[in-house]
Design a protein around this ligand. Structure first.
Ligand SMILES: [Fe+2]
Ligand SMILES: [Fe+2]
Length: 203
């Protein structure tokens, strides 16, 4: 079982969320998922995916922290260049809760991690946000964040940006095996296109 202190230790920047309701939502979602699968006691042991070992790709905590830091970088860029005022607290809260349902989806077994087949952690996280009374626009950002598996198309600016941020914050590159985009194409039933020209590294 993960308690609030575990979540705050892994993500100390949750305390920077100024909006009290969004700050509370950021830990409440973790409590909710942990009650459904209490087997996880160390949040740092949760991988990105059963096929992405932590030793190679880093853990889920690092992915979430990367998205929080990218959110902080994006806010001034979109304001200065396009007059688009992103709400940093909304992005932060969406970041902290968006992959929390992996606590339900994944279980440690025989030295590895297994997932529940067909489970969509993004749609489930959106449902949990709604059940806990979180804002509807944030629930949509969360449910539409994943390119893995049948895609929920983003219907808002924030949801579109959030979906694009997610794969940027992964240490999963073609030099290490299948890269993020190749994995996502496959998960949506698309194979690597059979084009004549292939990228050939000069070195
Ligand atoms: Fe995800
Ligand atoms: Fe993610």
């Amino acid at each position: 079982m993960l308690i609030e202190a575990d979540v705050l230790r892994a993500f100390p920047a949750i305390k920077d969320i100024a909006d009290g309701r969004l700050r509370k939502l950021s830990t409440d979602v973790w409590r909710y998922v942990s009650e459904r699968n209490p087997a996880w006691t160390d949040i740092e042991r949760i991988p990105l995916h059963p096929t992405m070992p932590i030793a190679t790709h880093g853990n889920l905590v690092k992915h979430v922290i990367a998205m929080a830091r990218l959110s902080e970088a994006l806010v001034p860029i979109y304001r200065d260049l396009w007059n688009q005022d992103l709400d940093l607290d909304t992005f932060r809260a969406a970041v902290y809760v968006h992959d929390a349902a992996k606590v339900i989806e994944f279980t440690e077994k025989d030295g590895g991690v297994v997932g529940i087949p067909g489970y969509n952690h993004a749609i489930e996280a959106g449902r949990i946000v709604r059940e806990l009374g979180g804002p509807e626009p944030l629930a949509h950002m969360v449910e539409a964040h994943s390119l893995s598996g049948p895609l929920v198309v983003p219907r808002t600016r924030d949801a579109q940006l959030f979906l694009l941020m997610d794969p940027m914050c992964l240490n999963v590159f073609p030099e290490q095996g299948p890269g993020v985009l190749e994995r996502h194409l496959k998960a949506n039933g698309r194979e690597d296109p059979k084009t004549l020209e292939r990228y050939r590294s000069p070195i």
